[in-house]
Write a protein that binds this ligand. Structure first.
Ligand SMILES: Nc1ncnc2c1ncn2[C@@H]1O[C@H](COP(=O)(O)OP(=O)(O)OP(=O)(O)O)[C@@H](O)[C@H]1O
Ligand SMILES: [Mg+2]
Length: 387
């Protein structure tokens, strides 16, 4: 169901619009002035906003400007009274999707909303497509650990050597895996990812190796597993430290013999797969605790790549911030914001337990909440110190 926000200080207008649109199957929220409207707009994603022009506290144009800063993709339709058609036209120039006049004509209202929704869907589609055709994100940083990692990738990617990538949450392990695939001779083949932590242990075997129809109660159809899907490409076993011992034994066999058997099947199937694994756990400790097989550890860790925590390479912060500012502002469809050197220094002082993922989120928050230029005050206000 699509959400619509109606902002108007006249209760009767809100009520009429709300009744009509609810009847059409939309879900409606109301706000009585621009300030309340903005609050709601920031809290929830709406498909369309209807906004009056003359209102107390924050008027329609001001609402429009601020809303566009916080999410430029949501179409905003202005509702204009007799006296302010000119202002409505001005609003459209400033990025409003369209305007309708009071009292609203029912047909025109519904058509305008429908068209606006189509636009929202198109924008969303384009974003998904961009992501799909998008090349692998650049690996930013010129600190010596990052240089070393890039060097290692260049050397080992073209071989079929198995790689174990270690590092804390959000340091960029997956990015390393993507680059290994991209720079390998298998780049034209598939890169198949399995998040071992996300799959219940009783399903992991069928996920990895597939199953034959009827091999267990819920196996209604034959299924091709990830090993087979990754044939001629790379299989990325993410969070390998969370794989059950049972599944580990099966994976070991697949690696040793280059063959798999589907669950419930009796045929051996040859697979040509390069395995790259990642974990944020200390696998040797897991080996000590008997939750990880030593033989599998050796098979997986022909090449070890450790990705350091962001706290250990704070010199990369300026470059990373610059990159994320570019990306985030592009995503939001706004001009790239600047950042003061003192603000960067402020960011360097933060304890980045969430690593690069946290830094990206912080930059996004700063872009949304700050003015054209991000200051050290913004950093102290919006980047909360760790307790
Ligand atoms: N060196 C880098 N340059 C630019 N972006 C990076 C870099 N490293 C990581 N990122 C970005 O940071 C985010 C987190 O990276 P990634 O998902 O690879 O981390 P991870 O180590 O796999 O995390 P987790 O352990 O939580 O799965 C991603 O959006 C990624 O593109
Ligand atoms: Mg990951």
């Amino acid at each position: 169901m699509s959400n619509i926000l109606i902002i108007d200080d006249e209760k009767s207008i809100r009520k009429t619009l709300s009744e009509i649109l609810s009847y059409e199957g939309y879900k409606i929220d109301e706000a009585g002035d621009g300030e309340e409207g903005l609050k709601r707009f920031r809290e929830k994603t709406y498909e369309v906003v209807l906004c009056d022009i003359k209102m107390p506290k924050l008027d329609g144009i001001e609402f429009l400007e601020r809303a566009k800063e916080s999410n430029p993709d949501v179409p905003i339709i202005m509702i204009s009274g007799h006296g302010n058609i000119d202002t409505a036209v001005e609003a459209v120039k400033k990025g409003a999707y369209d305007y309708i006049s009071k009292p609203p004509d029912l047909n025109r209202l519904l058509i305008t909303i429908r068209n606006a929704m189509d636009k929202t869907n198109l924008v969303a589609d384009v974003k998904v497509l961009k992501r799909k055709v998008g090349k692998v994100d650049e690996m930013i940083g010129d600190s010596s650990p990052i240089k070393k990692i890039k060097d290692t990738i260049d050397k080992v990617a073209p071989t079929d050597a198995r790689i174990l990538i270690t590092g804390e949450n959000g340091v960029g392990k997956e990015l390393v895996a993507r680059w290994v695939h991209e720079k390998s001779n298998r780049a034209a083949g598939p890169l198949i990812e399995v998040n071992c932590a996300a799959i219940p242990s009783e399903l992991i075997e069928s996920e990895l190796f597939g199953h034959e129809k009827g091999s267990f109660t819920s196996a209604l159809k034959q299924r091709i597993g990830k090993f087979e899907q990754a044939n001629a490409g790379t299989l990325f076993l993410d969070e390998i430290g969370d794989m059950s011992l049972n599944a580990q034994a099966k994976v070991l066999r697949a690696l040793q013999e280059g063959k798999i058997t589907r669950v419930g099947g009796d045929k051996d199937i040859n697979v040509d797969v390069r395995v790259v694994a990642a974990t944020n756990k200390d696998l040797l400790k897991e080996v000590d605790e008997k939750t990880f097989r030593l033989d599998l550890y050796h098979r997986l860790s022909v090449i070890l790549i450790h990705v350091p925590s962001l706290n250990d390479r704070k010199d990369d912060i300026p470059l990373l911030v610059d990159k994320f500012l570019t990306d985030v502002c592009l995503d939001y469809g706004i001009a790239k914001k600047g950042i003061d050197p003192q603000a960067i220094d402020g960011l360097k002082e933060h304890d980045w337990t969430g690593n690069i993922r946290e830094l990206r989120n912080v930059v996004e928050r700063l872009v949304i909440l700050s003015g054209k230029n991000i200051t050290v005050e913004d950093v102290s206000a919006y980047v909360l110190p760790k307790k």
